[in-house]
Design a protein around this ligand. Structure first.
Ligand code: ZN
Ligand code: ZN
Length: 410
């Protein structure tokens, strides 16, 4: 039986660009290793969720891990919270939060508080973490700062619901929204969120860090806005579903949260940042090393998506080439491995957002049959023998090509 590596380059797939003579970044980038994998193995095209459905990275990666993502998904918040290292229990309601800047009327001036430093935000968070709501003695409020302006909020207690609206208006120059119940059973949760945000406002307004920021001409982080309310679905782990002991090499908090949900151990890799500056080779080395201990490594690289959202063509191509070098390392140094190379969705440079385009998939390993595809790209992989796949098919195929699939029927 082979070990399994699923390499996901976030948002790597793209559309043909006029400036590149009708080529995509994957066509243009020098990718000898991914091309070898495509030529020696089997290729296909994949709809992570379904044709034309642009997925968020949480839903997309859940699907790649074999989950029926549309059915189980109940909001992004709990995955962010898991990724931030919090324990999320059944019934907890979790949110993503921003430290932001508002004026005295509550109009949003900056959703990220002038891109507040992690250091300043951490000091502010120490006070927010102490918030207890006297009006709701049965609700535990857990707040955790992550990076820069980002944080997560977790509410724990009886009769909570994730059917509440965002307070984040996702725009500047407009008022922070009150949190509203979207179903009658969510009234209590909405009130808790509003009480929390009010209290946070009072604490932050007079906090010395904000006084200092104002004196330096920086925007104060005087409000917390929340979005993405969710509750953790209950679903079997990767071990229960596929009999695999797995780990995850990823730096992005959301992806780490999805992987924790799937029961994968998180591997910390020095130099892995979840940005275009990440050390992809260090991640490949960690992957190969952990294949000694685990059956399955989920290896995720975020930088391709960041470059795509920024519309930065050069950075995207550079990132793809560094991912290719990492693929080469895995192909050379992993013993008996079945490797899949794919993207969780397309993030075309021209669109700067996720789209519902198909993405390329290549599978490579001793048991993987060879098809006629010669290069790894959107256009070429579409000609491969795996045909058109859904995201949730990928793990099944990897089990098959690693000699681990169980027969159905007699
Ligand atoms: Zn993504
Ligand atoms: Zn994205």
């Amino acid at each position: 039986m082979s070990k399994i590596v699923l390499l996901v380059a976030d948002g790597m797939a793209d559309r043909p660009l006029k400036e590149l003579n009708g080529c995509t970044p994957l066509d243009i980038a020098e990718t000898p290793n991914m091309d070898d994998a495509a030529r020696e193995g089997s290729c296909g095209i994949m709809w992570t969720i379904g044709p034309g459905i642009p997925p968020g990275s949480d839903v997309a990666n859940l699907s790649l891990l074999g989950y029926d993502a549309l059915r189980i998904y109940r909001g992004r918040g709990p995955f962010e919270a898991l990724g931030a290292g919090l324990d999320v229990k059944p019934g907890d309601v979790a949110f993503r939060c921003n430290f932001s800047t508002v004026d005295e009327r509550g109009t949003v001036l900056d959703r990220r508080a002038g891109r507040i430093s992690t250091e300043d935000a951490r000091k502010l968070a120490q006070e927010i973490e102490k918030i207890r709501l006297d009006e709701f003695p049965d609700v535990e409020v857990i707040f955790k700062h992550t990076t820069e302006h980002r944080a997560v909020l977790l509410l724990r207690g009886p009769e909570l619901s994730s059917a509440v609206s965002d307070t984040d208006p996702k725009a500047i120059g407009v008022l922070v929204k009150p949190c509203k119940a979207l179903k009658p059973e969510a009234e209590k949760t909405a009130s808790v969120v509003n009480a929390f945000c009010q209290k946070a406002r009072e604490i932050l307004e007079s906090h010395p860090v904000n006084e200092e920021r104002k004196s330096k001409g920086l925007l104060p982080a005087n409000a917390i806005i929340v979005r993405g309310a969710g509750q953790l679905p209950s679903a079997p782990s990767i071990r229960e579903k596929f009999g695999l002991d797995g780990c995850c090499v990823a730096a992005n908090a959301l992806i780490r949260g999805v992987c924790r949900f799937a029961g994968l151990d998180l591997i910390d890799v020095p130099g892995a940042t979840g940005t275009v500056k990440t050390d992809v080779m260090a991640k490949a080395k960690a992957c190969v090393e952990n294949l000694r201990k685990y059956d399955f490594v989920f290896l995720h690289v975020k930088g391709t998506d960041n470059a795509s959202h920024d519309g930065d063509r050069e950075a995207k191509i550079d990132m793809i080439e560094r991912i290719d070098a990492a693929v080469g390392y895995i192909m050379n140094y992993a013993d008996d491995v079945c490797l899949a190379i794919t993207a969780d969705h397309a993030t075309p440079l021209k669109v700067r957002e996720h789209t519902g385009d198909p993405v390329p998939v290549a599978m490579w390993g001793d048991l993987v049959p060879q098809d006629d595809v010669k290069r790894y790209s959107e256009r070429e992989c579409a000609k491969g023998m795996l045909g058109s796949l859904f995201g949730k098919d990928v793990m099944r195929l990897l089990l098959n090509f690693s000699g681990r699939a169980k027969k159905v029927g007699a």
